[in-house]
Design a binder for this molecule. Structure first.
Ligand code: FAD
Ligand code: SF4
Ligand code: SF4
Length: 658
């Protein structure tokens, strides 16, 4: 026979958050009159140690077998109180919470009387449900002690190294021929102006040589199945047409290849060969043959690379290779791309005038390994610019385009002013800004240093449109808000510090993983303050700009935090299923299959039974959303902790009126 419910009710004051509006003593008094309530108490901070100990003590001494806590949102403290029940030896799912803060005192601040009555109802409803609660057991599954990092920018490399250094194996998948990401394109990094490649290359090499890291470059994730602790990932390794085991990276193929095309790494500003290394410090240092532009693949002639390769590494027959891996945790580090100002903001003439470039293009022009070997030359006529305009917030903080701040554009623009005046001392730079956001460590000093230069002027205003006269000279007007003057500028080079967007491939990865994205398309963290590296999918973490624009120090810090979360999961070696999962009574199931396509997590399969079919729930995939239970026409599907016989008494209390 089922045990008689013995309910304890605990009403929290939440300091004055609840108690200044709701009469907690009256709520306690009401609760003590409810059926099966053995004890009802209030306390200033129920989540504090003494508050929890009060509950534990009562469970032990008064034989409570159900607990109701009336306090804040269960999102805040449900885990706290569940742990308290567990410490007292009670199943943690014999707890029900009544939210009398967010749902009551905070929204009825001006109506204390009514708020108190509502709090009584919320507590009574919670008691009605608590009486019907059943213990729920969690399922524990072994976790694969291996991780996957998607994206080999500085975030992905740092996360992979941290995981590998903790003794776990990690796959690092990068879609481009080399790891390094956008940081590899930068010449120097603000505010210290240290050479970007000098600090990045050692990390890239360390990742490639680490015994626990399996580097899969020129590779893309095709599909991800499974759930936390046991993901099955299919990866497509694209053919380089070079046998990586034989290739010594000597570069003779690149030298001998007679054909050139625009270089993607240099953002179209320079050329590369058809068989090429992405950049001189590429890791791995293996070339890629660009099949679409290769004369051998197009016409069957040439084969110069094959003829000259001393290692006999060229392999025109190479095919894409599908690799399947099993991992327990995934870190997304797919980074960013630039906002498409060419099509979205034609008024700035990017793509129309060769002398309007982006900040990232200026990085390539300034870099010693760039198309001009470090000389800042106008793409239009290859002359040194003497009058440069740098426009900040292009596309950013603009409700017609991207309403968010890119967080590094201002300081990147200031760095770019430094690049120009240090390379061309007689050049003059004008920075058009909205307001300068230089919030990082050492950024304000750097800003002050550049602002003090005689040949760098700052204008507070955004130009509306850039014009080009018939001689190809650029000009625009900008209203300086500091002096209330309209100023005309005639720059011979314009640098646009453009907004940033998530890498376009992130949308597909997020869809495959069912990982939430924010309205801006970046990955949505589980909690913006308290769980910034976790996603809505257990076992999937985020690092770097995939979560939102950030500079390198913040990217690296977040990568370390994401790696730590993944390491904690792998070190535990097992995962617990979500307890409030769906559960099928197969005797009631008609096999209609309505639930299967409704489940957003593909957690339901239909299996053969007695010549028919019945639904089965894969507990580790189920997230307890309840969609299947609501849709099941036979009443066979229920969600543990939210069964009809538990919810209906609760609703009845709230629906009866007073
Ligand atoms: C002009 C400019 C100047 C800057 N200067 C500075 C500076 O001086 N100092 C500073 O602190 N910050 C600077 N930044 C910011 C800096 O670039 C970023 O903070 C940093 O690059 C973020 O690293 P990430 O790894 O998150 O992303 P990324 O560098 O974008 O790397 C992401 C990687 O993931 C790969 N990838 C994407 N999708 C997939 C996929 N589906 N599968 C596999 N791989 C994938 C990409 O190819 C890329 O290699 C600057 C930015 C710009 C635009
Ligand atoms: S075969 Fe193709 S890649 Fe090789 S050298 Fe000729 S064009 Fe270049
Ligand atoms: S010539 Fe051969 S060994 Fe040298 S880089 Fe090219 S493919 Fe590799």
């Amino acid at each position: 026979m089922a045990e008689e419910p013995k309910v304890g009710v605990y009403v929290c004051h939440c300091g004055v958050n609840i108690a200044s509006v709701v009469n907690v003593k009256a709520v306690v008094e009401h609760a003590s009159t409810l059926p099966n309530v053995v004890v009802a108490k209030d306390y200033p901070f129920m989540c504090s140690d003494p508050g929890q100990n009060m509950i534990i003590e009562d469970i032990k001494t008064k034989g409570l077998n159900r607990v109701v806590v009336a306090s804040c949102s269960p999102r805040m403290h449900e885990p706290t109180f569940r742990k308290a029940l567990e410490r007292a030896g009670l199943n943690p799912y014999l707890l029900e919470m009544a939210n009398i803060r967010e749902h009551c005192s905070w929204v009825h601040e001006k109506q204390p009387q009514e708020a108190t009555e509502k709090a009584k109802d919320l507590v009574e409803a919670a008691v009605a449900k608590a009486r019907m609660l059943k213990p729920i057991e969690t399922v524990r599954m072994p976790a694969v002690k291996r991780a996957l990092v998607i994206g080999g920018g500085v975030a992905g490399i740092r996360a992979a190294l941290d995981i590998a250094n903790s003794g776990f194996e990690v796959y690092l998948v990068e879609k481009r021929p080399s790891i390094g990401g956008n940081m590899a394109r930068l010449d120097k990094t603000f505010p210290t102006l240290d050479c970007s490649q000098c600090i990045l290359t050692p990390m890239m090499v360390e990742a490639a040589q680490h015994p626990n890291i399996k580097l899969l470059t020129y590779s893309e994730v095709q599909s991800i199945d499974g759930s936390v602790g046991n993901f099955t990932v299919k990866i497509l390794k694209k053919p380089r047409y070079v046998n990586e085991d034989l290739c010594t990276g000597c570069g003779i193929c690149e030298q001998k290849c007679p054909y050139t095309v625009p270089s993607e790494f240099n953002l179209g500003l320079g050329k590369r060969k058809v068989i090429y290394f992405e950049f001189p410090q590429a890791v791995p240092l293996k070339p890629v043959l660009d099949r679409d532009n290769c004369v051998y693949f197009k016409k069957g002639t040439c084969r110069a690379c094959e003829k000259f390769c001393p290692a006999k590494a060229i392999d025109y027959t190479q095919q894409p290779k599908e690799i399947t891996i099993n991992v327990g945790a995934i870190i997304l580090a797919t980074g960013y791309g630039l906002y498409d100002v060419k099509t979205k903001m034609p008024e700035y003439r990017y793509g129309l005038s060769k002398n309007v470039i982006t900040g990232l293009e200026l990085e390539r022009l300034t870099s010693a390994t760039g198309p001009t070997k470090g000389a800042i030359l106008r793409p239009g006529d290859k002359k040194e610019p003497k009058n440069v305009a740098i426009i900040l917030c292009v596309g950013s903080r603009d409700e017609k385009h991207l309403d968010y701040c890119c967080r590094f554009g201002c300081v990147a623009g200031i760095k770019h002013a430094y690049y120009i005046v240090s390379h061309i001392p007689d050049a003059k730079v004008t920075i058009c800004y909205t307001d300068i956001r230089a919030f990082g460590k050492g950024y304000e000093d750097f800003y002050a240093r550049i602002r003090a230069l005689d040949n760098v002027q700052f204008i507070r205003g955004r130009p509306m449109e850039i014009f080009e006269d018939s001689n190809g000279s650029l000009y625009f007007d900008v209203f300086d808000q500091n002096t209330n003057r309209l100023i005309r500028l005639n720059p011979d080079l314009v640098v646009l510090e453009t907004g940033v967007v998530p890498d376009p491939s992130f949308e597909q990865i997020a869809t495959v993983l069912k990982c939430s994205r924010g309205p801006d398309g970046f990955a949505l963290e589980l909690h913006p303050k308290l769980r910034p590296t976790e996603t809505s999918v257990d076992g999937v973490f985020i690092a770097g700009v995939v979560q939102g624009p950030k500079d390198i120090p913040d990217t690296v810090a977040q990568a370390g935090a994401a790696a730590a979360s993944a390491i904690a999961l792998l070190a535990r070696g097992e995962v617990e299923s979500v307890p409030n999962v769906a559960s099928v009574n197969q005797d009631l199931c008609s096999g209609c299959g309505v639930c299967e396509p409704i489940c957003p997590y593909t957690a339901i399969v239909l299996e053969a039974r007695n010549g028919g079919r019945v639904a089965k729930v894969e507990a580790t995939k189920c997230k307890g959303c309840g969609a299947c239970a609501a849709a099941c026409p036979s009443g066979a599907m229920t969600q543990l902790g939210f069964e009809d016989k538990q919810l209906i008494p609760q609703i009845e209390v709230l629906a009866r009126g007073r």
